[in-house]
Design a protein around this ligand. Sequence first.
Ligand SMILES: C[S@@+](CC[C@H](N)C(=O)[O-])C[C@H]1O[C@@H](n2cnc3c(N)ncnc32)[C@H](O)[C@@H]1O
Length: 215
Amino acid sequence: MWTTSPPPSRPGPPTRWAGHQRGPEAALAYRQRFLDLEAAGADLHGEARFVSELAPPPSRVLDAGCGYGRVASELTRRGHYAVGVDADPDLVALAQEDPRTRFVVADLSTLDLRTEQEFHVVLLAGNVVPFLAEGTLAAVLERLTAHLVPGGHLVAGFALGDAVPQGAAPVSLDDYDRLARTAGLSYIARWSTWDRQPFGADSTYALSVHRRLGG
Ligand SMILES: C[S@@+](CC[C@H](N)C(=O)[O-])C[C@H]1O[C@@H](n2cnc3c(N)ncnc32)[C@H](O)[C@@H]1O
């Protein structure tokens, strides 16, 4: 586990997210949308609850594509050792307002935290997958798997087909499962929501759980 300065990060190709939004003002506006939802009574912590049930605290969790730290900070609050990584430096700057959680600017397709096999869970929450740079999903899954303990879980939630947000590109579940298998992950389960509603042919959102072989 690294405890001093964060490791350097090799930049990856521009993500679809970077084409969709960038800069400090866009980051603030993005966070504000969530804060407004929360103030209106929305539950923003379904992902953190799911992870805590899968691997109870103090398990180690990598929030991959953490944005402004919505999930990672909640995981810390729940007693996990959480690390957040994102390629958007303006979102990471906001995330770093939480001094209890470690946040790093890094690209998932080249990620090397120098802590191979560190995490019990790697989480891809909130449409990170459809916002990756084109053609990088295989590299991202390989890098994330390398950071999992044997038997650790990769958890990914993303919208499907026409339900993907503006600026994102749909990823088929066949492709996702195939590339996960190639990365050394086995399929465990799939739901349509973070509170485990069943997944069906008409589902517009997939919550997928895979497991690193060898545990
Ligand atoms: C829709 S936001 C979700 C943020 C956060 N997971 C949440 O749910 O609040 C998608 C995030 O994925 C990040 N992302 C996309 N591709 C990435 C990559 N290759 N490396 C690191 N972060 C990436 C973007 O920078 C963006 O912050």
